[in-house]
Design a protein around this ligand. Structure first.
Ligand code: HEM
Ligand code: HEM
Length: 230
């Protein structure tokens, strides 16, 4: 009988599945057009909160959530690629190749959400900082919102293909641990387990990040009066 050990903390798992849901809603509301843009912005603010939370959690979270423990340094990537298959399969958290993807996706999501603050659909809806940028900077924000999404679609497709590959070819289910937090003692050693999810710290971080996002998109947002028509 295999025991199971806690590897992914609850806040990280919640972050992931809320991210999947929010990403889907952002995509949908963008496709549905201008009437749904207001909802697109609300989802975008929530996405800013999620990414902000994950960035802080990467410093104060549990062992396998901390960036320092899976940052894909050249040494780690080389070590991973040159190790034998058994050792390669024994990565507990993100392996170095998966970790590259994690950082790329987080960076793209951040760029996408931040650029959204500055743009407008030229109909009813503008991000709270639309009008602040001028000339080429404005164009850059528009292009970033466009290009980052295309890149994200490609990354997410690769992300899902990689997970299916692990399941079918390597017979490793990565989805279950992202749901339950646990991996079997057949795959990981007891020493790799985390003791608990640091829920109290997560709550404090979530409140601070939520207040920051509220300040950013409501309190600090400039009032731009260039678009009044009588
Ligand atoms: C990661 C988060 C986000 C994703 C994945 C996302 C995705 C998208 C997509 C796919 C489009 C359609 C692009 C096009 O038609 O060319 C779009 C347009 C738009 N988004 Fe976002 N968005 C995000 C965050 C935000 C945020 C935070 C805001 C503002 C608060 C925002 C405001 C807008 C606006 C105003 C448009 C219309 C732009 C236009 O018509 O050219 N988005 N977004
Ligand atoms: C239904 C589709 C999805 C499934 C089944 C899925 C599954 C997973 C799994 C199993 C992991 C853990 C990988 C590992 O063990 O190293 C993971 C991590 C991750 N996924 Fe997904 N994913 C999905 C969609 C997405 C989407 C749409 C995004 C982004 C827009 C995303 C972003 C991430 C990120 C950033 C991580 C790293 C988690 C962290 O450490 O913060 N995923 N995903």
């Amino acid at each position: 009988m295999h025991k199971s050990y806690l590897i992914w903390d609850l806040p990280l798992r919640l972050f992931h599945w809320l991210l999947v849901l929010t990403f889907g809603l952002l995509w949908l509301t963008a496709e549905l057009g201008s009437e749904y843009m207001q909802y697109h912005m609300y989802c975008g603010y929530f996405m800013l909160f999620l990414i902000g939370f994950r960035l802080v959690w990467g410093f104060v979270g549990t062992k396998h959530a901390k960036f320092i423990n899976f940052f894909p340094t050249f040494k780690r990537i080389k070590g991973y690629l040159t190790s034998d298959t058994n050792k390669r399969n024994s990565a507990v958290g993100h392996n170095p190749l998966g970790a590259i993807m994690v950082f790329v996706m987080l960076a793209l999501l951040l760029a996408q959400a931040v650029s959204g603050l500055f743009i407008t659909d030229d109909i009813f809806t503008s991000g709270p900082y639309n009008g602040v940028l001028e000339g080429d900077w404005q164009k850059l924000a528009n292009r970033t919102h466009d290009i980052a999404f295309t890149l994200l679609q490609a990354c997410v497709a690769l992300h899902i293909v990689a997970i299916v590959f692990y399941k079918i070819v390597k017979h490793k289910d990565l989805i279950r641990p992202m749901l339950t937090g646990k991996k079997s003692s057949a795959d990981v050693e007891e020493g790799a387990a985390i003791k608990h999810s640091k829920l109290l710290i997560a709550l404090v971080v979530a409140v601070i990040v939520a207040v920051f996002v509220y300040w950013l998109v409501v309190i600090n947002a400039p009032v731009i009066e260039a678009y009044y028509y009588y």
